[in-house]
Design a protein around this ligand. Sequence first.
Ligand SMILES: [Zn+2]
Length: 255
Amino acid sequence: MDWLVFVPIFILGTILGSLLNVLIYRIPEGLSIFFPRSFCPNCRNTIPFYRNIPVLTYIFQVGKRNCCDGNIPVQYPIVELISGVIWGWSFSNFHLQEALFLSLLISLLLVIAWIDYQQMIIPLNMILASGLLVIIAMGFKILPLQESIIGSLVGPISFGGVLGLTYLVSKRQGMGTGDIQLSAVLGGWQGSINIILIFFIASILSLLSWFSISLFMGFDKDRALPFAPFLVLSSITIFLLEFYFRVNFLTFIIK
Ligand SMILES: [Zn+2]
């Protein structure tokens, strides 16, 4: 990895990460993304730019707010760091167009996963934005057109099928329509075989988490877990496996 590329893009990524925090906070509240400037969610005072430096503000202020009592949620530096790694890693491993596509897409997926984790909703505007990005990537031949289209159909068809079946059997809904919309985006990104693998791994992860949470907090058969974080985590895992081990699950299975 080229550190001369990684470090400056990582820093840029942490700055974009603070924008992702703004999206995570403002979208579920129905607030405008662009206006007003950064403010404290607690006391509503504007945060001056020198107290709004990604990751560093959190470290220098030891996690404390400066405008009022209370702590800065640890979500802020974590999202900024993840965003920094996403941008730095993409630009040190891919050409400009691909790197830009990957960084933007994974950033949007991070926002979707985080909002679902906090609020149990998947905002439609984030799905549309990430879907549009996948379509643009098809247009620029960053993604293989035919496989992407098939993937974006296989995703919702298989997810919808499983959702329908679970409902018929148990009269419960394990997933929401947001998860099905997200499967179209992930399928378009990764193709038909991968989206099924992603679904499979995400289901196992979510089941394991459900049991671990139940062990600590007591069993509650009505406890629902958000599914998008597991879907996003699984797609990134599959993507990294393909990248680092040069496996291609599509050709692997066809052979
Ligand atoms: Zn405040």
